[in-house]
Design a protein around this ligand. Structure first.
Ligand code: PEP
Length: 260
């Protein structure tokens, strides 16, 4: 019999909130029932340490970026090494988010180096890919994503240390999401591509890269997206900061029994 697993939920808090509000949100999140759902909260780096000491065992922590410099410490003003993030309680790091690609000029090559640095110190990576609206309109979404995957994922990636987040750029923060069939098709494509190119271990059913969906996930659409076979979890931005929204999304994930 195939193993069942609960979807992964990744909360991207971006440059929010205050420490006080964060601790209040965590206090509420600690009281929810998780039933094996894994919630990975990615707060601003300054909040990782204070949150690490108050989360319960259902909640894990991630950073939203790490340095391109592979050293643990050094003369790199303003940088935070993967090692430093791990040492204060992060076990994941989001890399290649479209906001970093856009506002901080991060290329696939930069994402690849950062991911390799993260893996070197034992941090798991959540690598984001996704097309701009022009690619969708001109029907080259899959080619766009292929280029991102081939060029931003390091050889150190494997299904145990890397999650792929498919986030259409036009869906992030816009309230729009793709058709469910489109989400399914892209996830299927990404999953086949990455498992073919990067699985250096035998690709058994339970040992495949997991692909999660992100972009305007809300409590109103979460269960429908999670019901799609190829979707192994959700990356949630704005709604992850609203207790009523994230609680309902956790309930949807709780109720969704999926096969590995
Ligand atoms: C994100 O920033 O990764 C994201 C998915 O944001 P939102 O859920 O707000 O669209």
């Amino acid at each position: 019999m195939q193993n069942q697993f609960k979807p992964l939920l990744i909360a991207n808090w971006k440059m929010n909130p205050s420490k006080e509000d964060a601790l209040e949100l965590i206090a509420r999140l600690n009281t929810l029932s998780y039933n094996d759902v894994k919630l990975i909260i990615c707060p601003p780096a300054t909040l990782i340490d204070p949150i690490a000491s108050v989360i319960n065992e259902n909640i894990l922590l991630g950073a939203q970026d790490c340095s391109i410099h592979g050293d643990n410490y050094g003369a790199f003003t303003g940088e935070l090494s993967a090692y430093m993030l791990k040492s204060i309680g992060a076990s994941y790091v989001i890399l290649g988010h479209s906001e970093r690609r856009l506002y901080h000029k991060e290329t696939n090559e930069i994402v690849k180096i950062k991911a390799s640095n993260a893996h070197a110190v034992g941090l798991n990576t959540i690598i984001c890919v996704g097309e701009p609206i022009e690619a969708k309109q001109n029907k080259y979404t899959l080619d766009y994503i292929k280029e991102q995957i081939i060029n931003s994922i390091p050889d150190s990636a494997n299904p145990n240390n890397t999650i792929i987040a498919y986030e259409p750029i036009w869906a992030i923060g816009s309230g729009k999401i793709p058709e469910f069939l489109e989400i399914s098709d892209v996830h299927q494509y990404v999953s086949e591509l990455i498992n073919k190119n990067f699985s250096n271990m035998s690709v058994s059913f339970e040992n495949k890269f997991k692909v999660v969906y992100g972009g305007s996930v809300k409590s109103e659409n979460a269960s429908k997206i999670l019901a799609l076979d190829s979707v192994k979890g959700l990356l949630i931005g704005g709604a992850s900061l609203v207790i009523d929204q994230i609680s309902k999304i956790i309930i949807s994930a709780n109720e969704s029994n999926k096969f590995k």
